[in-house]
Design a protein around this ligand. Structure first.
Ligand SMILES: [Zn+2]
Length: 268
């Protein structure tokens, strides 16, 4: 029996968002923001006893190898590329190897920085089993994937796990909607998605869980900075409690990916 599942994911990266908005921020500071937010997320997940997937850049992992190793004992570590601000095809395989070396575990999943398009065969050749880089909706100024599949599908041997959107209107449940819409809307969308697909996935960034309101230093638009730090923790905590009350269980992406691959193999 396929229970109803929630997959939480966090993109552990250099906090380069201010650079997108014309502000420079030293690498050291970019790493610090993510590091502090990551600690806050980890203590929430520990308190709630739920597991998640951390899509991590090799660059971040090499700066905090002990922490990444420790996380891998409870959660899944997957790849978010080598650097967050640049990409070369060889980064796919090198980042997987770096993360494998640090954690001592196989790395199965990949998510491209900013959910940008990436060649599927290159991901397969780099040794990944699943790809979580597709956002099947329309995000103004970023991409229009409204016509792409909403549910998981195979591209050759690669399992694609698109970010969750509601059936029909394709309302996305992810960090920006989580931050900008009332929790009642997020819960409603979660119920609709889970009713149809049996699972829902979310993606956040650790840097959202630390204070990013410093306009002078970061110059972030209001829709990004309006909710951060303690307020984001509280909102996510509320969402986790509600999910448990609904009887949903928390899994990491790889657990769900193995389940889906087995299901596709037995039904074909
Ligand atoms: Zn990212």
């Amino acid at each position: 029996m396929d229970s109803k599942k929630i997959l939480l994911s966090f993109d552990v990266e250099e906090f380069d968002t201010p650079l997108e908005f014309g502000k420079s921020l030293a690498l050291k500071d970019q790493l610090e923001y993510s590091y502090h937010g990551l600690l806050a997320v980890l203590s929430l997940l520990e308190k709630e006893q739920v597991c998640a997937t951390f899509f991590t850049t090799a660059n971040f992992a090499l700066h905090f190898p002990e922490l990444i190793k420790k996380i891998s004992e409870t959660h899944e570590i997957a790849s978010h590329g080598y650097y967050h601000s640049s990409f070369k095809n060889e980064d796919l395989e090198i980042s997987r190897k770096v993360l494998k070396k640090i954690t001592g575990k196989e790395i199965y999943g990949y998510r491209m920085a900013r959910m940008m398009p990436v060649d599927n065969q290159t991901i397969i050749d780099a040794g990944y089993i699943y790809n979580a880089s597709l956002h099947p909706t329309y995000i103004p100024g970023r991409y229009n994937n409204f016509h792409k599949p909403r549910q998981p599908f195979m591209t050759g041997t690669l399992l694609q796990i698109p970010a969750s959107v509601t059936p029909n209107i394709r309302f996305p449940v992810f960090w920006l909607s989580f931050k900008n819409f009332p929790l009642s809307i997020i819960k409603l969308a979660t119920k609709q998605i889970i009713h149809k697909d049996n699972f829902v996935n979310f993606y956040f960034h650790p840097w959202e869980f630390t204070n990013i309101k410093d306009k002078e230093k970061l110059n972030l638009p209001f829709y990004i900075s309006r909710l951060s730090g303690e307020k984001m923790i509280k909102k996510l905590e509320n969402f986790i409690s509600w999910s448990k009350m609904k009887g949903y269980t928390f899994k990491n992406y790889w657990e769900q990916a193995s389940f889906l691959i087995e299901d596709k193999n037995t039904s074909s």
